[in-house]
Design a protein around this ligand. Structure first.
Ligand SMILES: [Fe+2]
Length: 498
């Protein structure tokens, strides 16, 4: 098969097997729907997993403090927001359809808009008034045939701006282009005809020159990794398809000045799984196997090396850089295993209170002689964001959301790590607030100046946008904008200056 034929065929493979039609267990969805309501009555923080309204609009949000002069733009965020349809509730947080939020910071204050991403799945199910397709962890009786990954694409993980275009991202299918102002869905992005429908993951990373790197993984029938190199103008300048036997789901990767680094955990997919089981249930963790590390040369994608380290699970890397002696250093939020993928975010959908494992920020060094060493940074947290583009070296600042409240098991503390002084400063939200991802925003001179992030206050039933000055970070937000509603808990986003 020629390259184009291979790519096209491969694009159709991964989720046909994973989310095949004719699945059972749908009858259990009703009880999950009811169980959530019973749990939510006892545990008010579970409002964070409510289904969103059909749309959100707020022209002038209530303000405490003033927006700093020079901080003008839009914070876009994305996350699962439709968790229930036709009396059925999804079994996992990651199954819900994506909704893009836009917080606009202007001269008059803050406005907000939220719109669902109108994927093919969302549109078909809205018209039907019920679930038609299975999800990542939700099998479905009488599901419609799945023609390819985009049949079940929920575009619910991240939203990025590149080359003037805005994209809502999932991790197993196409990016969906979104209109930056009114958030209308413009359709799936086709980077090149031969890459139509290929998986485009949710954590692309931009180099200092604007080059956007990304990957996609296939694991159900063709075990492989797809790489994308997209220039600052939005044109694909290179791609590669790397066969990886035993490929596992991976969520993020690292871009250094010279390398792309992938950490592949021992999370194997059962190729002969019972088709009545969900995709998530087809995965199993092998604690005796190592995590494999693939290092790819950015200048020649065919130059690769493999290393190993003790098994761990990583959703997110913070940064990574090359040392002069050839050592590659990474900061990663690591877990001992993939339990966080399987258990807690199923429990919250059933209205239960889970124990949520806390990720530890670890420093991983890949040495030229293929040794791998690991140090604990002493910081617990997730959703790491740094203040510089990929390939810039150790980032001056990093911000993470971490554990900290006795009133709920989700993050409510933000930690700002100064990479130069190697010091951490923390800020804790109120006990009834849940901290979402926070981002670092530079001023017009490119100097890291502000931290911007949302919090969900389940007691007040409000979502807030919080603005911190890095200089006085531990003193708390200098400005808060309160929406007249609470949004479901989201995942990732990015600030676009205007
Ligand atoms: Fe993520």
């Amino acid at each position: 098969m020629n390259r184009r034929g291979f790519l096209t065929a491969a694009a159709m493979l991964p989720l046909i097997g994973a989310f095949g039609p004719g699945l059972v267990f749908g009858a259990e969805a009703g009880p999950i729907f009811r169980a959530f309501r019973e749990g939510r009555a006892k545990h008010p923080w579970l409002t964070a997993f409510d289904t969103a309204a059909a749309a959100y609009d707020c022209e002038n949000c209530e303000m405490e403090g003033r927006l700093p002069a020079g901080l003008r733009g839009i914070l876009y965020r994305n996350g699962p927001a439709m968790h229930e349809k036709g009396g059925r509730r999804y079994r996992h947080w990651f199954d819900g359809d994506g909704m893009v939020q836009a917080f606009r910071l202007g001269e008059q204050g803050v406005s907000h808009r939220g719109r669902f991403v109108e994927t093919a799945k969302f549109v078909a199910e809205k018209k039907a008034g019920r679930m038609l397709y299975p999800g990542f962890a939700t099998p479905l009786q009488d599901a419609l045939p799945v023609a390819g990954p985009d049949s079940v694409n929920v575009a619910n993980i991240n939203v990025i701006s590149h080359a003037g275009r805005l994209y809502a991202l999932w991790e197993a299918g196409s990016a969906y282009e979104i209109a930056p102002d009114d958030l209308k869905t413009l359709g799936p992005k086709i980077w090149t005809p031969e890459m139509r429908g290929m998986p485009f993951s949710a954590h692309p990373h931009a180099d200092r020159d604007g080059t956007l790197w990304n990957f996609g993984y296939e694991i159900t029938r063709a075990d492989m990794l797809v790489l994308y190199r997209i220039d600052a103008g939005g044109t694909v300048r290179g791609h590669a398809v790397i066969p990886v036997p035993g490929m596992a789901p991976i969520h993020d990767f690292v871009v250094t000045e010279r390398h792309l680094v992938f950490l592949i955990p021992p999370l194997s997919h059962d190729h002969n799984r019972d088709p009545r089981r969900s995709f998530l249930d087809s995965l199993s963790w092998d604690p005796d196997a190592p995590s494999r590390i693939l290092v790819v040369d950015k200048d020649d994608l065919s130059r690769r090396r493999w290393l190993e380290m003790p098994a761990n699970w990583v959703f997110h890397f913070a940064d990574g850089w090359d040392e002069r002696d050839g050592t590659i250093r990474l900061h990663a939020c690591t877990y001992e295993d993939a339990e966080i993928l399987f258990t807690p975010f199923r429990a919250v959908m059933r209205g239960e209170v889970p124990a949520i494992p806390a990720a530890r920020m670890r420093r991983i060094a890949l040495h030229p002689d293929n040794r791998v060493t690991v140090e604990d940074s002493g910081i617990a947290g997730e959703f790491p964001r740094t203040s510089t583009p990929a390939g810039s070296g150790v980032a001056p600042y990093m911000v993470l959301a971490g554990p900290g409240s006795s009133a709920h098991p989700l993050p409510n503390r933000i930690v700002l790590w100064d990479g130069v002084k190697e010091q951490a400063r923390g800020y804790r939200y109120g006990d009834t607030e849940i901290a979402e991802e926070h981002v670092i925003v530079p001023d017009r001179n490119g100097r890291a100046r502000w931290v911007l992030g949302t919090s969900h206050d389940f007691a007040a039933r409000r979502t807030r946008l919080n603005v911190f000055e890095i200089a006085g970070f531990a003193d708390g937000p200098v400005c808060r904008a309160t929406l007249p509603y609470a949004l479901p808990l989201g995942l990732h986003g990015n600030f676009v200056a205007v």
